[in-house]
Design a protein. Structure first.
Length: 85
């Protein structure tokens, strides 16, 4: 019997224009958004070298993070949620 996925977590969500610049056009499930976001962060070397929990935003991410230059990974999830509907 197939394991039932959490349908709310897997439901495709609309991605804001600001977030689409970073993760690509939606709709996509939250899990895919987070995966794409981390790929972008790693590809652009935006994770703080000393404190791995902090993300140093480039111009595209600042738009997603409400203008903040540095956010921690827990705050990031909350800020990204505002761009999903």
């Amino acid at each position: 019997m197939a394991k039932k996925e959490n349908s709310a977590f897997m439901k495709p969500l609309n991605v804001s224009a600001e977030l689409a610049v970073v993760v690509g056009k939606g709709p996509m499930p939250r899990s895919e958004v987070v995966k794409a976001l981390w790929k972008y962060i790693k590809d652009n070397n935006l994770q703080d070298a000393k404190n791995k929990r902090n993300i140093n935003a480039d111009e595209a991410l600042k738009k997603v993070f409400g203008g903040k230059a540095v956010v921690n990974m827990f705050e990031m999830t909350k800020l990204v949620s505002k761009h999903l509907s």
